[in-house]
Design a protein around this ligand. Structure first.
Ligand code: BG6
Length: 293
């Protein structure tokens, strides 16, 4: 089907009625619903579905840069581009076949991209919806150039929550983080789960491979499992920054939290011919499940 701007999008469904929607704009997942039809990802009511602007919500792919610096736009160009469907992707490991509902996309740099980032690459993204409703994203970046290059990366995931002040993140306790609100100064998280009462914009270093977002009010827990992605970004713009973003509602910060599986602090370097893989698995479970098991 097409989105509001005529860009192709692909629907994935599983037999239980869960679904995911992937737009060729950004190779971006723009919806993920459980078997009851409840939306699990946040998208702003003010989101602009028009390239070259990224869609505010879902799972933008930040590549080849997370953050800003040099001649690249903030969070890189991948999220602003129209990706292609990859009809014949190189085989993935058998463990990466999560059922039949998947789509393979590919991004190659345009002439214009090569002007600000002169490295030829092939970026393959597989999005799959498992029979149990889990959402799996696998990114493969290959260096098809004759020189090495380095990049940073994030699955900038906007989770839908009922009330940010009732949300806790578990799994990042005692880790070091860089605080974007203090010139990326390094701090150490204390022993408690992360809660929100003001703007948060951090990169947690060397996070464990599974972390959880607990939505107390919805009695829902998101579990993020990651592989090849050492860092975790946690972002909530809170009230003041929300007002400064044209494609974000003033009060919408209450209904979202970004928790990104990422590779930022130590960029990935690929030699010619080398390939990197970064995987994330998103699962949603009733909160009682977590405390009982
Ligand atoms: C976060 C950054 O991850 O993304 C923030 O750390 C930034 O500083 C936010 O504001 C949103 O970025 P953008 O480019 O999508 O507005």
């Amino acid at each position: 089907s097409k989105d509001w701007n005529g860009v192709d999008q692909v629907m994935l469904r599983n037999p239980q009625g869960a679904s995911a929607r992937v737009s060729l704009h950004g190779g971006q997942v723009t919806s993920w619903r459980n078997e009851h039809g409840e939306e699990l990802l946040f998208t702003s009511s003010k989101a602009i579905f028009k390239p070259p602007k990224a869609i505010r919500g879902g799972i933008p792919i930040c590549f080849p840069l997370f953050g800003n610096g040099g001649s690249l736009e903030q969070h890189g160009f991948a999220r602003n581009k129209i990706w292609a469907i990859d009809d014949n992707p190189p085989p993935l490991h058998p463990n990466d076949s999560h059922g039949k509902s998947f789509i393979d996309l590919i991004l190659r740099p345009s002439e214009e991209d090569l002007k600000c980032w002169p490295h030829s690459f092939e970026f393959r993204l597989r999005v799959s919806l498992a029979t149990d409703g889990d959402l799996n994203l696998i990114s493969r970046v290959r260096n098809v150039n004759c020189k090495p290059f380095s990049f940073s990366f994030a699955y900038h995931t906007y989770f839908s929550v009922s009330d940010i002040s009732e949300v806790r993140i578990e799994g990042l306790e005692t880790l070091d983080y860089l605080d974007n609100l203090c010139q990326r100064e390094r701090f150490t998280e204390q022993g408690n789960a992360i809660t929100f009462e003001s703007e948060v914009d951090r990169v947690y270093l060397s996070a464990p491979n599974a972390i959880a977002i607990l939505d107390h009010e919805k009695k829902r827990t998101y579990v993020i499992r990651k592989d090849g992605l050492p860092d975790i970004v946690v972002w909530n713009p809170w009230d003041k920054k929300s007002k400064s973003m044209g494609d974000f509602g003033d009060e919408e910060y209450k209904q979202m939290v970004c928790v990104d599986a990422a590779a930022i602090v130590r960029p990935i370097t690929l030699k010619p011919g080398e390939e990197w893989t970064g995987r994330v698995q998103l699962k949603v479970v009733p909160s009682s499940f977590c405390s009982d098991h």
